[in-house]
Design a protein around this ligand. Structure first.
Ligand SMILES: Cc1cc2nc3c(=O)[nH]c(=O)nc-3n(C[C@H](O)[C@H](O)[C@H](O)COP(=O)(O)O)c2cc1C
Ligand SMILES: [Mn+2]
Length: 482
């Protein structure tokens, strides 16, 4: 299967596999929609398409990228190949093509015709300062070098044509500084309503790609064909032709205004602080636009933020330790702080070195668990079992204190430092072990259960059916006990 080509195609694909729920009842964009989305997110529910949101004609979709399965399906890859596809998009990006017209320009509002209040921009948490654009991808170009960037920035709506934007020191900030140095406003386009390849490309951070590496090339690499871009109506920035909505504007130099409060991804409020000020010049959208919502701290946000770290870390770690087979930056660790590493151990020191490599590969990592390569790092029970049977805290635990922590971590010291922990849950190498041999049943791994079960062919009697059911139940119970 090939990758989808737009948010609409992704919604169709979700529908086809029964992973889309539609909501026709009237829903308020203030808290109510977020509450429903939150419930679906917590319970592993479907992506949701809301067709009747407040006074708005636009529909709202949330949760299109809430799980690895959904992302793999949108990209048209096997789940087990997701990280590898991403890694190859990073090393072999595909240059975008520029086309002259695209559906994102079916409706155009310029200057005083713009009213951000027309869009169903959501208010999420109880004490959030008001409506926030949380899934907007911001593109800008460096005024001197011409290098382009795509990144996410939350934006608080402050008026019909005004936003406050949070720009922490990364690539967009570097571009902004160049404009500010010459006292010029920075033109930006804010892209809303795109599919998984674009969303995950925009989430690729500077630790994975240097400044100047074009995120549109990565989205092309993720979908295995070039991104199609159209030029803005009030600026020269290129935007995806098939996006649902684009907001064009400029970020003022030497001007800051209040932004906040806002519930950040770790689930705590960030108070009010001075942030960048955006003036909006135009809004363009498809005839019948779909606004893409995103709940702070949801599985979807954590995945958008965290999944891009996986290929980057994998590539960095393999540079030093080629025996690293797979990694899982886990959902429970907010897709950021915890990593399970599957290692084909060749030397007694490999486990500890893999811990060091993981800390070096990403500064946010606080917990590393290293397991042997036959343990699936995505199988939580198998990982815990490896800890139970192959990890002894007095020898296999590494604790490093005093490193830089992530600012959203509420447990940082007064000078912003954190502690890191590594657990080497690999078995000692053969010949150096006094671990007892693992009990095996000859032939067990080759058994295909279906071949052995007597099941409902026409000739089987009811009694035989019942025996098969009993046997199945017993087998299932035995598996559970183990
Ligand atoms: C949903 C989401 C929201 C984010 N919000 C912000 C934000 O408000 N401000 C910010 O500077 N970074 C934010 N980030 C992080 C950056 O957008 C992200 O790290 C991006 O990959 C940085 O790209 P860059 O390396 O090109 O600068 C957010 C990321 C995600 C996934
Ligand atoms: Mn970048």
């Amino acid at each position: 299967m090939t990758a989808v080509g737009s948010l609409r195609e992704q919604i169709l694909r979700l529908t086809a596999v029964g992973a889309l729920g539609t909501v026709d009842r009237a829903v308020s964009p203030v808290h109510e929609l977020a509450a429903i989305a939150h419930k679906a997110d917590l319970s592993g529910g479907p992506a949701l398409l809301f067709r009747n949101v407040g006074k708005h004609s636009a529909r709202v979709v949330v949760g299109t990228d809430s799980s690895r399965e959904r992302v793999a399906s949108a990209l048209g890859v096997e789940l087990s190949k997701l990280t590898e596809r991403y890694a190859s998009a990073l090393t072999s990006p595909i240059t975008p093509t520029e086309i002259s017209v695209g559906p994102v320009h079916e409706r155009v509002f310029i200057g005083d015709a713009v009213d951000l209040g027309e869009l169903p921009i959501l208010t999420h948490f109880e004490h959030d300062g008001g409506p926030y654009i949380t899934s907007g991808i911001v593109t800008a170009v460096h005024p001197v070098t011409g290098e382009r960037n795509l990144s996410y920035h939350r934006m608080q709506v402050k008026g019909p044509r005004e936003l406050r934007m949070v720009i922490v020191p990364r690539h967009l900030h570097r571009i902004y500084e160049a404009y500010e140095d010459s006292n010029q406003p920075m033109p930006v386009s804010i892209i809303l309503g795109v599919d998984a390849p674009l969303r995950f490309a925009a989430g690729t951070s500077g630790s994975a790609i240097p400044f100047g590496a074009d995120e549109y090339g990565i989205s092309g690499g993720l979908r295995c064909r070039p991104e199609e871009l159209v030029r803005g109506v009030t600026n020269d920035l290129m935007v995806p032709a098939h996006a649902e909505i684009v907001i064009e504007g400029h970020v003022m130099p030497h001007l800051r205004g209040d932004e906040g409060p806002f519930a950040e991804f770790a689930g705590f409020y960030k108070g009010t602080s001075p942030r960048h000020v955006v003036h909006v010049d135009a809004v363009t959208h498809r005839t019948d636009p779909i606004y893409q919502g995103l709940l702070s701290g949801s599985m979807e946000q954590l995945l958008l933020m965290g999944l891009p770290n996986e290929p980057a870390m994998l590539t960095a770690m393999r540079g030093g330790i080629p025996e690293i087979r797979a990694i899982n930056v886990t959902g429970g660790g907010l897709n950021k702080f915890h990593v399970v590493v599957a290692l084909e151990k060749k030397h007694s020191g490999d486990g500890k070195d893999a811990i060091v490599a993981a800390f070096a590969a990403h500064r946010d990592v606080k917990l590393v668990v290293v397991v042997d390569h036959e343990v699936d790092p995505f199988d939580h029970v198998a990982v815990e079992r490896a800890i139970a049977t192959r990890f002894r805290a007095d020898e296999d635990l590494v604790v490093i204190s005093g490193g830089r922590g992530n600012p959203v971590d509420t447990l940082l010291t007064s000078v912003g430092t954190t502690a890191r922990m590594g657990m080497d849950a690999t078995a000692p190498l053969k010949g150096q072990t006094d671990l007892p041999e693992r009990a095996m049943i000859p032939g067990a791994s080759e058994v295909d259960l279906a071949e052995w079960l007597s099941c409902s062919t026409d000739s089987t009697s009811h009694d035989e059916d019942q025996t098969a059911v009993d046997a199945t139940t017993r087998t299932a119970e035995n598996t559970k006990d183990n």
